[in-house]
Design a protein around this ligand. Sequence first.
Ligand code: NAD
Length: 501
Amino acid sequence: MTETSTDGTGQQYIGGKRRSGTSREQVSVINPSNGDVLATDTLASADDVDEAVAAARDAFTGWSRTSPAERSEAMLRWADNLQQRAEELAAVESSNGGKPIKLARGFDIPGVIDNVRFFAGAARNLEGKSAGEYSPEHTSTIRREPLGVVGSIAPWNYPLQMAAWKVLPAVAAGNTVVLKPSELTPLTSVMFAEAATEAGIPDGVINIVTGTGSTAGSALVGHPDVAMVSFTGSTAVGRQVAATAAGQVKRVHLELGGKAPFVVFDDADLEAAARGAVAGALINSGQDCTAATRAYVQRPRYEAFVDRVRELMEGVRLGPVDDPATDMGSLISRRQRDRVAGMVDRARQDGATIVCGGYNPEGTPAEGAYYAPTLITDAAQDSEIVQQEIFGPVLVCLPYDTDDDAIRLANDTPYGLAASAWTGNVFRSQRAGRDIQAGCVWINDHIPIISEMPHGGYKASGFGKDMSAYSFDDYTNVKHVMSDITGDQQKSWHDLVFTGR
Ligand code: NAD
């Protein structure tokens, strides 16, 4: 399948038009589950970024002055358009991401459509303090204003969902956007922007520049006309983005890496916890910033939990991503698979036990970047495999003794994006919700997200919220307009400075 190519259609979407980039860098967009080339295109140059930012700046005045109802109606039409294209979007997302078609159909695409509908409603519900006379001589009004051009940068793991999380709160609040998707996975982001145009969202409100981080990404982050940078990706790149933004005193929103703990107390429903761990660790081949990566199991239940997780992992079906029976697809690239394999090999050399997996599975396409579901025990808490983000289908399982140990171990990494606690005890669950340092703590589940509720990190997982009305705090400025209501020429407070006659 050739989605778009060097025939002039291209992976840039600037000012409502699709075209190729003007850099010297070519990219082949691959289906990583079988190596097929889906599209070949020239990537964005810094000039393309300039053009996209100019288009967004030109569109800003008009878009920011549309009424919330107009923005909302356009976004509802956008959602309808995406709904009509849902099957096509799912097929492209599945092949470009190497993810099973059932995940794209059941999670990625419906999640995005629901997000568009949520933000269509939220556009009409921007909130602030009520206007009033906080001083008896003035009326104070709060305005929530869009910032201008938002530069958004997204990763490859959930290409369309990440594009949606970046773009939707920004445009619902009246900003315009230049989004840089990962150059590995641009296809659905461009389709998303095209659908917005078809729904009547004006040219220039949503622009896509597909390019590398070092060229297009850094040009976007450093662009003087970009008012805010919204970044989702690794903590290492997030640090560089924050440093550039700090130099320009530019607002920044960072959704970074994760290393989610999965805490199983001794009173937990063990079967529910084992199933939750397998689903939570293997979703999207483990390439999920909230994936369950470290299971801490209270000692009396530890061996039974490990046995059951191994059994369930061994039953997971790897296969072609377009087969509806496939449970798990490939990783995003062979490079990523080699990175995961390297971390597992180093853990083995350091004395960890590979209970299952830890190899490139047979029976999957030779050109595919598959890696078997992998369960690891006997790793040290301070080892790389426990402390660093793996971003692959790998779960480490470790025992603990007391409830305090569980919380201490859960919090013992630099990250704080998500976590779960498994228990039938209401007091334990409430304490876990309070004490685990993460932006989301699930109780007796792991992974579900919902448009109305925020997603965002603590610690090295970043700051700022995606989804939910909380995201408007990032994408709007709060302005205070204070109006004198006395009409006096000599205000009462002037006496503090001069009593002039
Ligand atoms: P990455 O940090 O390598 O790249 C993310 C994006 O940044 C890409 O578009 C890349 O081209 C761009 N980029 C790279 N260098 C840049 C630079 N110097 N300036 C500007 N942009 C630059 O991450 P990745 O490998 O694409 O994605 C995986 C990472 O994303 C994982 O760490 C994962 O945890 C994280 N992630 C976080 C969330 C969240 O919500 N917190 C969600 C999804 C993924």
